[in-house]
Write a protein that binds this ligand. Structure first.
Ligand SMILES: [Zn+2]
Length: 273
């Protein structure tokens, strides 16, 4: 899998991959700025030469440099200072089988906070203005979620699909929090829950695992609970979420297996690299 991912970074690699697999050549992967533009179309202003432009401009005129030259920063400081390039740097591999993540392999966990504050709201009041009650079919209740960028509609579709089978419905009947304005324990930046774009569930069979409950630190190596990748019903739940633009915290070295967040810039068909 490592070789497969590494050679996909060039057009030659793509052609070679298609040859090896005997498949039709896949569409070329989009650049990081293009993935961001496609994932959040309501947020960005139209740009004349969008494909080549490394500066992204919101409809309100806020400018975001894709690359703020943070590459030299080590893992822990990057968590609090990530730019958009950092946010897009680690490929999120959708689907299963999945292998335990390597040390500090946390695709999607590095987030450019100024972008999220502008995207969803910089205060609880601003965020709440965009929240809607999403019908959650597995339990017949609802979840508070942002309606921006198609997030609420995507979540509703996930619920409708998971409710069709008892094996998957049972895993997501007990939500453990969607919107709450709070930081991440031990870090100065906000959780995606603060933006109403993430949801947790109480998982059965000891599948709910969190790196901080396992005695791990941000900097140290952390033993990954590999059994969470083998549970068929959880695999199905994760796959349905991924197909609707969500990433799963179980694919992070700093694992958070109860956590799903709406990140279409990472799991779109041309952006999952
Ligand atoms: Zn969470």
């Amino acid at each position: 899998m490592f070789i497969f991912l590494s050679i996909r970074t060039s057009a030659v690699g793509l052609a070679f991959t298609a040859l090896v697999l005997g498949a039709a050549a896949p569409a070329l992967a989009l650049s990081g700025p293009e993935c961001l533009r496609q994932a959040y179309p309501e947020f960005w202003a139209p740009q004349v030469n969008a494909a080549a432009d490394q500066t992204l401009v919101s409809v309100t005129g806020q400018r975001f440099e894709f690359d703020e030259h943070k590459d030299h920063l080590p893992h822990a400081p990057l968590l609090n200072q990530a730019d958009l390039k950092t946010q897009m740097a680690q490929p999120y591999a959708a689907g299963f089988p999945a292998t335990p993540p390597l040390r500090n392999q946390d695709p999607g966990r590095m987030r450019a906070q100024p972008f999220f504050l502008a995207l969803y709201g910089a205060t609880p009041t601003e965020v709440q203005r965009h929240l809607v009650a999403v019908p959650w079919a597995p339990n017949g209740r609802s979840l508070a979620f942002t309606r921006l960028n198609g997030a609420a509609q995507a979540l509703e579709r996930v619920g409708l699909t998971l409710a069709q089978e008892e094996s998957t419905a049972a895993y997501v009947r007990q939500p453990a929090g969607s919107f709450y304005w709070r930081g991440i324990a031990g870090a100065p930046h906000l959780s995606v829950h603060a933006f109403g774009a993430a949801v947790d569930f109480t998982l059965p069979h000891g599948l709910g695992r969190y790196w901080q409950w396992s005695g791990c630190t941000e900097e140290g190596a952390c033993p990954y609970p590999a059994a969470v990748l083998k549970d068929p019903a959880l695999q199905r739940v994760v796959t349905v979420f991924e197909q609707e633009g969500f990433i799963w915290g179980g694919k992070w070295a700093h694992f958070d297996t109860v956590h799903f967040e709406y990140r279409p810039e990472l799991v779109g068909p041309a952006c999952s690299r």
